[in-house]
Design a protein around this ligand. Structure first.
Ligand code: FDP
Length: 282
């Protein structure tokens, strides 16, 4: 029997060199905004088109949804993929890290976090790597030029001694309780913030610590989307032995009512997520 999840992983991996190869000529903005009202780069639209076409070619994949499109494409199959085709794409102009993030659900979208059965991301850093999570195991691979995956870490887990942190949003717009929490974190960990969630979370997976994009005074649910960013990154970090939260509970316990719903998002070592939830709920 074909392993559909591995097929999805292979398709994303084999698409990565095409996405990467297409970046240089696609640093300009499209005239349209994405459904969340943010400006789209040609690179966002290109990556989205490649993933849609190739993932929907897999028979068992019935639907594809992404941050770059209004609604779900297709509606009949055993699995549904939600993707952020180019996470952190505003880093393209400044030539910094970006990634591709996705989750595989066994229910039509928008779905509950518990319907997520596999997830992964590609990181377009100095080298192209791919992290995948399924059945409680996280694997890191290098993507070769031909799009194949060479596993470099078969069982990735969060280091027990955390060292880095990164939080998004402008400090004047942080709520007071969160700002107080960050002050304690600053005295313990080292700031590492690159402006692309996948790059920042990959630093947490590598060195241990916490990444977050909080709710803001002028944007109560923050910036990141539950379905395209929250669920998959929570699934990866939790599978690697860490924790996730929307400030109150695991992101995997959150159900989006709308496809493009936003959420405060925190992932990292248990200890830091527990302390954050305690501070935000008091
Ligand atoms: P981007 O807008 O460049 O796609 O997905 C949204 C995101 O990047 C995340 O990758 C990143 O963590 C965040 O926005 C960065 O937001 P700030 O510019 O507010 O730091």
């Amino acid at each position: 029997m074909t392993d559909v999840i591995e097929t999805v992983f292979d398709v994303v991996a084999s698409t990565a060199p095409d996405v990467r190869g297409g970046l240089a000529g696609r640093r300009v903005y499209e005239s349209e905004a994405n459904p969340s009202g943010e400006r789209q780069l040609e690179a966002d639209v290109y990556a989205d088109g490649l993933l849609e076409e190739r993932l929907l070619e897999i028979d068992a994949v019935g639907g594809y949804a992404s941050e770059e499109r209004e609604s779900v494409i297709g509606d009949d199959g055993d699995y549904y993929v939600a993707a952020d085709p180019l996470d952190g794409s505003s880093n393209l102009r400044s030539n910094n890290t970006m990634g591709t993030l996705f989750g595989v659900y066994e229910e039509p979208l928008p779905a509950d976090g518990t319907a997520l059965i596999a997830s992964g991301f590609v990181l377009y850093g100095p080298i192209t790597t791919m992290v995948t999570a399924r059945e409680g195991t996280v694997t890191e691979a290098v993507i070769e030029d031909d799009g194949s995956r060479r596993i470099v870490e078969p069982d990735l887990t969060l280091p027990e001694e955390p060292t880095v942190y990164g939080f998004g949003g402008r400090v004047p717009q942080w709520h007071e309780a969160f700002a107080d929490y960050v002050e304690t974190v600053e005295s313990e960990l080292k700031l590492r913030y690159g402006g692309a969630m996948i790059g920042d979370v990959n630093q947490v997976l590598t060195y241990g610590g916490i990444f977050g994009y909080p709710g803001l005074t002028d944007r109560p649910n923050g910036k990141l989307r539950l379905l395209f960013e929250g669920h998959p990154i929570a699934h990866i970090v939790e599978s690697a032995g860490g924790a996730s939260s929307n400030g109150e509970r695991s992101l995997l316990e959150c159900t989006p009512e709308r496809l493009h719903e936003r959420t405060p998002l925190f992932v990292g070592n248990d200890e830091y997520i527990e302390r954050l939830e305690a501070v935000l709920s008091s």
